[in-house]
Design a protein around this ligand. Sequence first.
Ligand code: UTP
Length: 290
Amino acid sequence: MQVRKAVIPVAGWGTRSLPATKNIPKEMLPIFRKPIVQYIVEEAIGAGLSDVVFVTNQNKKIIEDHFDRNFLLEQVLERGSKTELLKEVREVAEMVDIISVRQKRQLGLGHAVLCAKEVCKNEPFAVMLGDDLMFGKNSGISELLEAAETEGKAAVGVIEVPEDRVHRYGIISGEEFAPGVYHVDKLVEKPKKEDAPSNLAITGRYVLLPQIFDILETQEAGVGGEIQLTDALQGLADQGKLIAVKMQGQRFDAGDWVEYLTANIYFALHDEELHDDLVKRIQEILPCKD
Ligand code: UTP
């Protein structure tokens, strides 16, 4: 099995990030120098995925525009001999041709994935959440692709979380059949600490098989009245067609302010030029109690 398409759902309302997201899509908020969604597209391309499919809505056109040319800006940079910036701006436009599908009503992540049915047809495809960042060498969707392609099964990326935080995530149970790779038998959405079958939390990276569309088409709304992807994944797990892969890198859910801010600091600290000044300034403002 060969995966070519990366489906990136970006059609949600981003209510946790209001008021910042009143008119700016959450996926366009910057992490250090780039908008969140650019990191995700770069991860997809780096993993060899050739087609990027955005599931989007009418208020989010600037996401597609970000991956298009901006001739006026390019002229200004050219006239000012800002060659490096010009190169960078052009590279973003040239990195990929975007395919877009619209999610007309925000009925949940499962529904957003279903909107990509006509584009994905009978192919396996990756899903990468538009607000979920994975950083680290060789980390991210490429870790899942290898395992899914070897096993010929769908795969979900998981990370270990502290026991007192399992209630915030979808948690899997399963049997480890190779180091860090599990046959999934159950997925539990936001369990209490005492009911959690493990501390392996689902991240925003998936490799899915086209059968998921049949399941999603009849999937009832679940937690929060939304059509949940996790519920549909249980259908694949019941058929013995779902594995989980423990991911190696750092993961940040940018829809959560602590995670979003930490991701910014993490990235800036990895910039050689900024590192020392940033550490110095953080030390100066700590402890920050007033
Ligand atoms: P989230 O649940 O984190 O995003 O979905 P949200 O619904 O936009 O945010 P909150 O919870 O209201 O703050 C993860 C990803 O799935 C997309 C979102 O855009 C986000 O990138 N999504 C979510 C959709 O495309 N459609 C939906 O119906 C829901």
